[in-house]
Write a protein that binds this ligand. Structure first.
Ligand SMILES: [Zn+2]
Length: 147
C-alpha cells in the first residue's frame, strides 16, 4: 500500500513542467495520453484538453515529424538575444506535427533563416535537445532539425 501511494505521487508529479524539462535534459520527448479518449498532448498535461479527463499516462514520442508551420523571428525575446540571435541572425520557430499526430511548437534548426521563403512546409524533422545557458543556469530545450 505504501508503495502504491508512492507510485501515484510520482506519476502525478510527472505531468508538471519541471518534470518535462527533466525529460528533455535526458533527451526524451514525452507527452500525455488520455486513457479515456486517447488524446495526446506535448508537453504532458494533467487534464485532457479534449474531454477534461484526468486519467492520463505518459508516453514517449519518437521525436520524428514534419514541419507544419513556421515563422522566422528577427526580433526575439531577451533570452534569445542572450543566445546571439538578432536581426542578422534570425531564428526559426515552428510547429511540428509528430508521427504520433500531435503538434508541438519548438525552435527549428538547420534552416537557412536568411532565406525564409525557401523553408518548406512538410520538411521532415527530428527532435534535438539543445543545451543553453539562460540566466546562469543550464537548461535543455526541445528543438527540431531538418533532415
Ligand atoms: Zn481525453
Amino acid at each position: 500500500m505504501a508503495l502504491e501511494n508512492k507510485f501515484s505521487e510520482v506519476a502525478e508529479n510527472e505531468f508538471y513542467s519541471s518534470a518535462y524539462a527533466k525529460f528533455l535534459s535526458e533527451k526524451k520527448l514525452k507527452g500525455s495520453k488520455c486513457k479515456k479518449c486517447g488524446h495526446l498532448s506535448v508537453p504532458p498535461k494533467p487534464i485532457c484538453p479534449k474531454c477534461q479527463g484526468s486519467d492520463m499516462e505518459l508516453v514517449e514520442m519518437k521525436g520524428k515529424g514534419k514541419l507544419a508551420a513556421y515563422t522566422v523571428i528577427t526580433v526575439g525575446a531577451p533570452l534569445m538575444i542572450e543566445e546571439g540571435f538578432d536581426r542578422e541572425h534570425p531564428y526559426c520557430s515552428g510547429v511540428v506535427e509528430l508521427e504520433e499526430g500531435v503538434k508541438v511548437t519548438a525552435r527549428v534548426l538547420g534552416m537557412d533563416t536568411t532565406k525564409p521563403d525557401q523553408i518548406k512546409i512538410g520538411t521532415p524533422v527530428t527532435a534535438e535537445y539543445v543545451e543553453a545557458m539562460h540566466g546562469g543556469e543550464k537548461k535543455t530545450f526541445l528543438a527540431f532539425r531538418a533532415l
